[in-house]
Design a protein around this ligand. Structure first.
Ligand SMILES: Cc1ncc(COP(=O)(O)O)c(C=O)c1O
Length: 393
């Protein structure tokens, strides 16, 4: 079978997404690599068995937990696409985040985390790291960060854009500050994927993606992908191995399939999200659209300098909207599924409750937020659906 000479011919990410991660397809003369499920790897000789324990865990078959050829195909492809040396696939986006943070936490260590990160990331930092004796502090921007780093700091964790509020942090500035003190920066870049966001080129040491979202793109599995240099991922790799946090071969096979269409899906999500966001800006029921791709957004210039596209999701603030009309609005949407995820082909809506309001039994009428994930439907149909539902406000 003819395979692309990947080193020389592949220059664009679109080509890489189509051609990488298919080497084992040669064995079966098929377009797609075979799905190899295994708990047990068997070796022909004792020396082969012994050698398998010398290499890097997760890069050659050893035992089901370290992965099969299906896992290695995906990890190698993701590393190349991300301009990184290596990649670890884990069981979910959150497990990848937990592995990276926990691997850098120890008795007396200090971890700096961007204040408005994804809720479960914050819950992990607030409730679990103290059990190991690690202290977490939250920062808002690169300027604050400089003054908060101390001798015990072992990791800086950011997310761009921040969940729900869609705030943009200056990734380059964070990484420059961290480099001066030799502290690794981990970044949750799920929103942009490697198609729109080259985390390592901006200086990020450990890049994390919930492949559950756009990278897989079909709302039918959970996975986390972590990329970086061998050195940067060394402690995370050991942690994943010790705690058995690995992706299944089935999920890896499906994510490899998702990669093939990632670039075209991302471009379409970007176009659709911009059309719907611009439409919403003009509606009287809308107070604010929080979407860094729109010029009035406070994060717009940072978005332009760090991303090449904006797939959404984005958050919308509704004008004076009480509980009853809010419920009517959500329930009368026909094309938006009501669910917490995003990144799939279908549009989704979710009430977005900022952290400081989470304990309130009744939310204030003013400033109610919804998060919209704009899928691959016709944007005109989505705008009509939203306009009709917003008439209830
Ligand atoms: C920004 C971000 N990071 C990470 C995750 C976690 O991914 P998973 O749901 O695969 O655990 C999510 C999930 O919604 C997310 O929105």
């Amino acid at each position: 079978m003819k395979t692309a000479d990947s080193e020389n011919i592949i220059t664009g990410i679109e080509t890489a997404l189509v051609h990488l991660g298919r080497e084992s397809a040669e064995i079966t003369n098929s377009v797609n690599p075979p799905l190899v499920r295994a708990s047990t790897t068997v070796f022909r000789t004792l020396s082969e068995f012994k050698n398998s324990y010398k290499g890097v865990v997760f890069e050659s078959p050893r035992y089901g937990r370290s992965g099969t050829s299906t896992n290695f195909e995906l990890q190698a492809a993701m590393a190349r696409i991300s301009n990184a040396e290596t990649c670890i696939a884990t069981s979910s986006g959150l497990s990848a985040i937990a592995a990276v943070i926990s691997a850098h936490a120890s008795q007396g260590s200090h971890i700096l985390v961007q204040r408005n990160v994804y809720g479960p990331t914050k819950a992990l930092c607030d409730n679990s790291l103290n059990m190991i004796g690690s202290r977490v502090e939250y920062f808002d921007n690169a300027v604050d960060l400089e003054t908060m780093i101390n001798e015990a700091t072992t990791l800086i964790f950011i997310e761009v854009p921040a969940s729900l509020t869609m705030d943009m942090i200056d990734v380059r500035a964070v990484c420059l500050t961290a480099k001066k003190r030799n502290i690794p920066v981990a970044c949750d870049g799920t929103w942009g994927t490697p198609v729109f966001f080259d985390a390592h080129a901006l200086g990020v040491d450990i890049s994390i993606h919930a492949a559950t979202k756009y990278i897989n793109g079909h709302s039918d599995l959970m996975m986390g992908l972590v990329t970086g240099s061998y050195d940067a991922l060394a402690s995370t790799r050991v942690w994943c191995d010790r705690f058995g946090s690995h992706a299944s071969a089935d999920a890896c096979w499906l994510v490899l399939r998702g990669l093939r269409t990632l670039a075209v899906r991302m471009k379409q999500h970007h176009e659709n999200a911009r059309e719907v966001a611009n439409f919403l800006c003009e509606l009287p029921a809308i107070k604010k659209v929080m979407f860094p791709a729109l010029p009035p957004d406070p994060g717009h210039s940072l978005w332009k300098s760090q991303f090449t596209g904006a797939p959404g999701p984005f958050t919308v603030e509704l004008k004076n909207c009480n509980e009853t009309s809010f419920e009517l609005f959500i329930n009368s949407l026909k094309l938006f599924g009501l669910g917490t995820s995003w990144g799939g082909f279908e549009s989704l809506v979710m009430p977005a409750v900022p952290h400081h309001l989470r304990s309130l039994a009744v939310l204030p009428d003013e400033g109610r937020l919804v998060r919209l994930h704009i899928g691959l439907e016709s944007p005109r149909d989505l705008c009509n659906d939203l306009e009709r539902a917003l008439a209830h406000l």
